[in-house]
Design a binder for this molecule. Sequence first.
Ligand SMILES: *Cc1c(COP(=O)(O)O)cnc(C)c1O
Length: 427
Amino acid sequence: MKHTLSRRFLSRAQRSIPGGVNSPVRAFRAVGGTPPFVAQGKGAIVTDVDGHRYIDYLGSWGPLILGHAHPVVVRAVCDAARRGTTFGAATEREIDLAEMIRTCMPGIERVRLVSSGTEALMTAARLARAWTRRDRIIKFTGAYHGHADSFLVAAGSGAATFGHPSSPGVPRALAELTSVLPYNDIGAVRRFMSKHGRSVAAIFVEPIAANAGVLIPRPGFLQTLRDVTRRSNSLLVFDEVVTGFRVGMGGAQKLYGIKPDLTCLGKIVGGGLPLAAVGGRRDILGMLSPQGPVYQAGTLSGNPLAVAAGLATLRLLRDKPPYAILEKLSARLASGLSDLLTARCVSHRINRVGSMMTIFFAEGLIESYEDAKLCDTQQFAKFHGALICHGIYLPPAQFEAFFVSVAHTSGVIRDTLRRAKKAINIL
Ligand SMILES: *Cc1c(COP(=O)(O)O)cnc(C)c1O
């Protein structure tokens, strides 16, 4: 498979854009090879500038639960654009979307719309710190909560109370306010909170982790987070940027029956346009400006096009819930791929909740980033390259989730497995 134009575009892009891409994983550094430049997408298929077609399991990293260019969403965006793309003033549709979110998410009584997941998490951290009048926050290893300074933090050495910057440019003094614990480690959470709980503003967690590859919460893990935060008057923040509307209309909080104090949404909630949200308890959200003293703002917050896309998407999901069918198709895909790998004696493990999944090239359970790190990332790179050559587009790194959409019909899944069989034969 030749990527003549993509290769040319990449070198042209590198002369104007750092690394040639506007978000780092797009550059394929983890798997090698030329990242295809995309020309268009329709349903489950994306076409690159060289005319190659791929069955897409990246789904733009999560938003596209309806597939590419769903006609209802496209119409909603076009209709909105004709009436003006931005006003910097309130519009009725923003209320519709807020009401929809409030109805779906058990933990959301009030919600503010922002433009990216990063912004939602940054606002949640500020709110939690203001509400509790404490500075320390907790996150888990391998979690991604966007790129605000407080979250670009890795576990410190030794007792690991204080995190350290995971990127140059993050002030050490700020990173030290973030503590990093291993995901799914109930004992570590209990020990940390019994010692430091009174200084913790909030625990941030992806209830189903999606950024170390998919990690499924152990029974009792999320409940423990709820219990220890309540006991120390800290807040529990669910980062449902991926899981919100992905594992069900009520997100992971509905699925597992745990009500967080704050919830961050992104990806699906914007229907493929830049929109995200921070929501939660009425008393806490009441601290946001102009109702309260905590400052937060955005020129394009609640943008009419993004709100139209989000609303159209959520209404479709509500009126015709696809979750049972997504479960069936995703299960078929996972077991089909697993059978093919087993037949080739390739050690692997698939973690899956509904339509989000990761194939780890490893033996044994993968329940934390520490487990995931033991994977054979070379094997993943080979697998990824072989699938790309056979017209299947997976996320270009081992530690990511791939997503099935309603456009992935049983015919598309069958086609995927046929192609994967050929690809896996050359592994
Ligand atoms: C994508 C993601 C974010 C960041 O969202 P952006 O819109 O990319 O800023 C935050 N948290 C999780 C869990 C994500 O997957």
